[in-house]
Write a new protein. Structure first.
Length: 213
């Protein structure tokens, strides 16, 4: 005779007769990516059947076990470990700085020093305007703000992982005007990235690439 599950004063619950469809449903519910109707359609049963299974204590326990296995598998991934994430961020940061260094060396070797090119954070761009005999080719040097922002973003992520990212609020009252400032950043800024950069022509730029004079 089949055993029945009894909880408190609740009526006895018949044990499930497991089949392939139910086992598939357990996995799909644990993954939590489909609605009951979508699960029912995928395994070929009615939506009501799926809902009845979900309410059965034996089935719910199986879903819980499957979910635990999924979560355990996720935690074994490298990205789930803080030190592995920091190693990845540091590796990317090193490659970006390598790009800066190699660019600086390339410009220096070619004798290109205009516009602070040998800092490595300046990119040289050739522009052509006009057509035919009126064509004009010009050379421009611009701060590689995209690369700088990428470095700053990596620093931000690393600081957040280490609990070093701070958000401060400052309110000033001047001449009847209230100004509210929200300041975010690491507790100890990196001078090599965050401090203004002075180019050879005397121009001073900030980390975002703006001329700050």
């Amino acid at each position: 005779m089949n055993e029945r599950f009894r909880t408190g004063n609740m009526p006895a619950v018949r044990p499930l007769k497991w089949d392939r469809r139910m086992l598939t449903a357990v996995t799909l519910m644990a993954e939590n990516e489909l609605k009951d109707a979508e699960i029912a359609e995928q395994i070929g049963v009615s939506t009501n059947a799926v809902r009845r299974w979900r309410q059965h204590p034996e089935f719910a326990a199986a879903v819980g076990d499957a979910l635990g296995q999924i979560q355990a598998g996720v935690l074994r991934l490298a990205i789930a470990k803080k030190h592995k994430r920091l190693e990845g961020l540091n590796a990317l940061r090193s490659k970006l700085y390598q790009t800066v260094q190699e660019r600086a060396e390339e410009y220096e070797a070619s004798g290109e020093t205009a516009g602070g090119a040998t800092t490595g954070v300046i990119v040289k761009q050739e522009r052509v305007s006009g057509v035919g005999s009126n064509q004009v080719r010009t050379t421009e040097f611009q701060v590689d703000t995209g690369l700088i922002r990428s470095i700053l973003e990596l620093d931000r992520q690393a600081a957040q992982e280490l609990g070093q990212w701070e958000t401060k609020q400052r309110i000033e009252h001047v001449d009847g005007i209230t100004r509210e400032y929200v300041i975010v950043g690491v507790d100890v800024p990196s001078p090599s990235v965050l401090d203004p950069l002075q180019l050879e022509d005397g121009t001073v730029i900030d980390a975002e690439g703006y001329d700050v004079g």
